[in-house]
Design a protein around this ligand. Structure first.
Ligand code: GLU
Length: 460
């Protein structure tokens, strides 16, 4: 049987890292099993769903390379299908009309609370052999309720939580169609999971309570439910459930902040799943290793410092040319048109950058005169080095433009002036790069053009 998984986000608010992890795992499972991954947009909450939220979902998935084989499929476009299944369930006697008014339901709930019972629908309108139903009130459109089985348990072997058993008597008869005929949430999910032939449902554990209800609807429709894996919550750094209200950022924020998609996949993969002690791995390794047997059971906690570390590790491992492709648009957006030097610039600086945005900040200094760090300037640009800098500039004027030749000129200047390397290198760095903290001076100068260096070494 072909594995088929899905990501079924509700397009309300924006999608954060905790949400997108629920896309990563089903995607990875489908990919690792040669299966299909389906994107379904659960947009039936008309008041809260927005196109802007859909766009952020699609952009986030595209950025992370979580490509869907089918979809996006919008639930709002499947209303006819849900209505057809409701009709089918009516004729099969799987649902029944309930005319209980909101006021009656409220009164029922209050009575139950008073008796310290769990509030639940009491089956007033559920037809049973030999039972007389109340008289149908006039002019009232009924809801349709699902005839939940009575007695027994609903059980499943959750891939994360182990065996879960819920007594059917805990579950009351769920409304599956509202008075205007629109279908309700749990029902739509089941119809979709059946129609889309989903074999594995991997989702957040905020849906665990829905699962027994959904399983009963599956069985009533003559289908076996899929395998379930309910992922523990992702907590923010303060230990609260990650949410927009608690300061979570949209996934696209990390794209714009210069994180690498493979690093983000790596980081999110580890946020609730493990492969031994492996912390840094490629997308290919992840897909080779991913399984449902090593999902973590406890809530994972987001750690921004660790994410930055993971990103810096991936920066180091990324080919210079690939980094240049990512840095180029950042420079263009800053009004700078890079040239063929960019890959080598990325190569020289990638070890010291946590993000591509930081890398772009370095690269920019090779195209536009950098701002000078005032503290570094005050410390290193002292008059007594002017002659040495003048001498170096003179030598660089006639030197071949290679790292080795530039290094020769630096050394010769040191010999002639009696200065130590830092006494010359620091002020030159400040003049050329605006800061005293740079990689090896000869390498930095070799990546500038001769004109740039001579121009920036002009003292005055
Ligand atoms: N739409 C639900 C959510 O965003 C997910 C439903 C599911 O995965 O079954 O939480």
């Amino acid at each position: 049987m072909k594995v088929r998984t899905r990501f079924a986000p509700s397009p309300t608010g924006f999608i954060h890292l905790g949400n997108i992890r629920s896309a990563l795992y089903p995607w990875a499972f489908a990919r690792s099993q040669g299966g299909d991954f389906i994107l379904r947009i659960e947009d039936t909450d008309l008041e809260r769903s927005t196109q802007a939220a859909v766009d952020v979902i699609l952009e986030s998935m595209q950025w992370l390379g979580l490509d869907a084989d089918e979809g996006p499929i919008y639930q709002m476009q499947r209303m006819d299908r849900y209505r057809a299944v409701i009709e089918q369930m009516k004729s099969a006697g799987l649902v029944y009309p309930c005319y209980m008014s909101v006021a009656e339901l409220d009164a029922l709930r209050e009575r139950q609370m008073l008796n310290k019972e769990k509030p639940r629908y009491d089956g007033t309108w559920r037809p049973e052999p030999g039972k007389t139903l109340p008289a149908v009130p006039e002019g009232v459109q009924p809801v349709y309720r699902f005839r939940n089985p009575i007695g027994g348990v609903v059980a499943w072997d959750d891939k994360v939580k182990g065996r879960i058993e819920i007594g059917n008597d805990e579950l009351d008869d769920l409304v599956i169609a509202r008075p205007d005929g629109t279908p309700t949430y749990n029902f739509c999910v089941v119809v979709d999971d059946i129609d889309m032939a989903i074999t594995h449902v991997i989702r957040g554990d905020d849906h665990v309570n829905n699962t027994p209800r959904q399983i009963n609807i599956f069985r009533a429709l003559g289908k076996e439910p899929p395998v379930y894996a309910h992922l523990p919550t992702v907590l923010n750094e303060a230990g609260e459930k990650m949410s927009k209200r608690h300061g979570a950022k949209a996934v696209t924020w990390y794209r714009d902040a210069g994180y690498l998609p493979d690093a983000m996949v790596n980081y999110l993969a580890r946020l609730g799943w493990s492969h031994g002690d492996d912390e840094i791995f490629s997308r290919e390794q992840f897909l080779q290793w991913f399984d449902l047997d090593h999902l973590g059971r406890s809530a994972a906690q987001f750690d921004e410092a660790k994410l930055r570390w993971v990103n810096s590790q991936h920066m180091k491992r990324t080919a210079d040319e690939a980094l240049a492709l990512l840095v180029e648009p950042l420079l263009l957006a800053r009004g700078i048109k890079p040239d063929a030097r960019l890959a080598a610039i990325c190569g020289l600086f990638k070890d010291r950058c946590e993000t591509t945005v930081m890398l772009a900040e370095w690269a920019r200094k090779f195209y536009a005169v950098p701002e000078r760090n005032a503290e570094d300037a005050a410390k290193h640009l002292t008059e007594h080095v002017w002659p040495a800098i003048g001498m170096l500039a003179k030598m660089l004027e006639g030197s071949p433009w290679t790292r080795e030749a530039i290094n020769e000129s630096i050394k010769e200047t040191l010999r002639a002036t009696g200065l130590k390397m830092p006494q010359l290198a620091m002020p030159v760095r400040v003049l050329v790069m605006g800061t005293a903290q740079t990689p090896s001076l000869d390498a930095v100068l070799a990546l500038c053009t001769r004109e740039q260096v001579l121009d920036r070494l002009k003292i005055g």
